[in-house]
Design a protein around this ligand. Structure first.
Ligand code: CA
Length: 414
């Protein structure tokens, strides 16, 4: 797939920045002291303007590791937005990563890798001061004895005894398997991307919450481990007909760094074709429009945008207008991309990488497409939230899934 080519390209670009911290480079290693081999921590990253994906590889030395907490400080202004295969927290420039339930045990010589995605502005310099359970690898013998003993602070120092789940024995093979490791496909350039692989229960949590605007009825949204586009999880929405049965999976992330230009990418899998009635599966609050929603959904069996405040539609719902949009296929994953340029008042839409002509607002009036939309002069949306789900206004029910959601300020791709 072409993704891997891009991936390598950005990795190559990084190497000039991250200097010696190339793939597999050992940053904090054992002193060559004696026969004893200490643990090792290596860091590598892929970066682009404003964002990065970083990987930390921990290799046990002669001594097995039972539960690990890895700490470091960022030399630059990196901020982590998402992580996998570890619970990662950041305070200022200080980062702490604690093993997941399934990867706390490392036999002598075995290794594991966890990853994170984040943002940066001024510098993305690789960190070098890794500690494992409170001390640098190889620092045990001589220095002050106090530094080697884990501090009794948080939750994790002594305990995390791993449950006998998933990986039966800690295999020394580093990464490879695409399942719970690695970011969702097509994350390059995104502010964040989310394949729901870090969701642990059926109720969406962490970067997502549930929202039932206005009233709560029969609509549900759950983390689904039976259907996934990537990895093993997605979010399934069961949307029922009727105004009060809508349900949304709402992002809890901060979108302010996007600066008013939103590029969104998500994969959706519908069970039922878009109905004749008006429905919505993506809603974004517009602070410049009385906090009413800017919506993406369908009507007359084809995709459409809708402005809640004045019910303007894109395209116009004439037969000639609808013909310039397209229906959504069912029973397969479809890549939907949107662009909302708030300062310019423009909108674009793609499905599976192909732009939909009838779903475009570019400032130039187009018959049957955007005359109704442009009837409000000076429309300049200021979007402040993101909700994926199902909203029906009368007729129209569907079971649909979302996966591999990514948002950024430049086009992300499928
Ligand atoms: Ca997934």
């Amino acid at each position: 797939m072409h993704l891997s080519a891009r991936w390598r390209a950005s990795a190559a670009a990084l190497l000039t920045v991250a200097t010696a911290a190339g793939v597999g480079a050992v940053v904090a290693a054992a002193p060559a002291a004696s026969a004893a081999t200490a643990c090792q921590v290596a860091y590598r990253a892929d970066q682009w303007t404003g964002g990065f994906v970083g990987y930390v590889k921990l290799t046990a030395g002669d001594t097995a590791i039972h539960g690990w907490r890895i700490g470091w400080t960022w030399p630059g202004d990196q901020k982590i937005t998402n992580a996998w295969n570890a619970a990662v927290t950041q305070s200022g420039t200080t980062v702490t990563a604690v093993n997941a339930a399934y990867n706390g045990d490392l036999a002598p010589g075995a290794s594991l890798e966890f990853g994170m995605q984040g943002t940066w502005a001024a510098a993305n310099t690789a960190p070098t001061d890794f500690t494992v359970n409170g001390a640098p690898c190889g620092a045990t013998p001589s220095p002050s004895p106090s530094s080697a003993s884990p501090r009794p602070s948080g939750s994790s120092s002594a305990s995390p005894s791993p449950s006998p789940s998933r990986s039966a024995s800690p295999s020394p093979s580093p990464s490879a398997s695409p399942s719970p490791s690695g970011p969702p496909p097509g994350c390059t350039g995104a502010l964040w991307c989310d394949g729901f692989e870090d969701q642990t229960g059926t109720v969406p949590s962490g970067a997502w919450t549930l929202a039932y605007p206005d009233c709560q009825g029969a609509g549900t949204a759950v983390v689904d481990s039976a259907v996934a586009r990537s990895g093993t999880r997605s979010v399934r929405v069961d949307g029922a007909a009727g105004y009060c049965n809508h349900v949304f999976l709402k992002s809890t992330r901060d979108f302010s760094s996007l600066g008013g230009v939103w590029f969104g990418r998500f994969y959706v899998r519908h069970t039922t074709a878009l109905p004749a009635a008006h429905v919505t599966f993506l809603a974004m609050r517009d602070a410049a429009d009385g906090n009413r929603d800017l919506r993406v959904g369908g009507q007359n069996a084809a995709l459409q945008w809708n402005r809640q405040s004045d019910d303007a539609t894109l395209p116009e719902q004439s037969p000639a207008g609808v013909a310039q949009s397209r229906p959504l296929p069912v029973d397969r994953w479809v890549c939907v991309e949107i662009r909302v340029d708030g300062p310019a008042g423009q909108v674009q839409t793609w499905t599976d990488g192909s732009e939909v002509a009838g779903l475009r607002v570019d400032g130039v009036p187009t018959a049957d497409v955007d005359r109704q939309w442009l009837s409000r002069a000076g429309w300049r949306p200021n979007l402040t939230d993101l909700r994926l789900g199902w909203e029906s206004y009368g007729e129209g029910a569907d079971r649909l899934w979302f996966d591999d959601v990514a948002w950024g300020s430049a086009r992300i791709g499928c």
